[in-house]
Design a protein around this ligand. Structure first.
Ligand code: G3P
Ligand code: MG
Length: 234
């Protein structure tokens, strides 16, 4: 089972910052997940549309300028990074799961992915683009058929992973609250991986291992890696 650092090592460093991503890389994770919003036409890495939850500024991402955003503290004196800066830092060192949060961010995200593939040490296999917005997933797949899609769901659909098959996704990325044997088996029968968020407690890690999920998103990657290592499940 793979370990994906959720917003970086966000349990021990401010989420979605270069420090959180650096710590995740140093822990030897299989992958890093990050969230993308848009500011001034640039893909930036922050979870919320409103910036006040994780910075000392206020405002909506779609209404502020990049210049203003870059003056703010995202924790420990760090700035809100751009997607490009994060890709440069990781540089093919592990999988990157880019979660598109902002409607209309697909072209900007695609440009950064092209840069990662052409100028950095990334391969297609190391990039997974996910979203709860399935129209965004359709749009980015139309821009590049080779991209691997992670179809996110915060609900348990009546057709289990059928929606992900319809999207021609590579994985279904689902909330731990409802992941069960039926959902896992249905995803696997469709040839899809199943990645589960957010899995922090060891009891939950154990349960996901027993269900046979392919990857967990966790805020504490070192804890998860240590647990799985001791269980010989890496
Ligand atoms: O991509 C998995 C997970 O990050 C989705 O939810 O709200 O943490 O971005 P959220
Ligand atoms: Mg996310």
């Amino acid at each position: 089972m793979k370990v994906i650092a959720h917003r970086g090592a966000s349990g021990v460093a401010p989420e979605n910052t270069l420090n959180a991503f650096r710590l995740a890389l140093e822990s030897g994770v299989h992958g890093i997940e990050l969230d993308v919003q848009m500011v001034d036409g640039v893909a930036i890495v922050i979870h919320d549309r409103w910036i006040q939850k994780t910075t000392n500024g206020t405002g909506l991402t779609k209404e502020i300028s990049l210049e203003y955003l870059r003056t703010l503290d995202a924790g420990g004196g760090q700035k809100v990074p751009t997607l490009k800066e994060v890709l440069i830092l990781i540089n093919g060192g592990c999988i990157v799961n880019i979660e598109m949060k902002a409607p209309g961010c697909e072209l900007a995200v695609m440009a950064d992915i092209d840069y990662a593939l052409q100028e950095l040490n990334f391969s297609y296999d190391q990039l997974l683009v996910s979203s709860f917005n399935h129209f965004s997933l359709q749009t980015i797949k139309q821009l590049n058929q080779h991209l691997k899609l992670g179809a996110l769901t915060a609900a348990l659909p009546l057709g289990y992973a059928e929606f992900a098959s319809q999207l021609n996704a590579w994985s279904v990325n689902a909330c731990i609250d409802f992941v069960d044997r039926n959902f896992v088996d249905d995803a696997h029968a469709r040839g899809l991986e199943i990645w589960v968020y957010t899995v922090n407690q060891v009891e939950d890690i154990q349960a996901m291992l027993e269900l046979g999920v392919d990857a967990i998103f966790t805020d504490y990657p070192s804890r998860a890696l240590q647990y799985l290592n001791e269980a010989s499940a890496l």
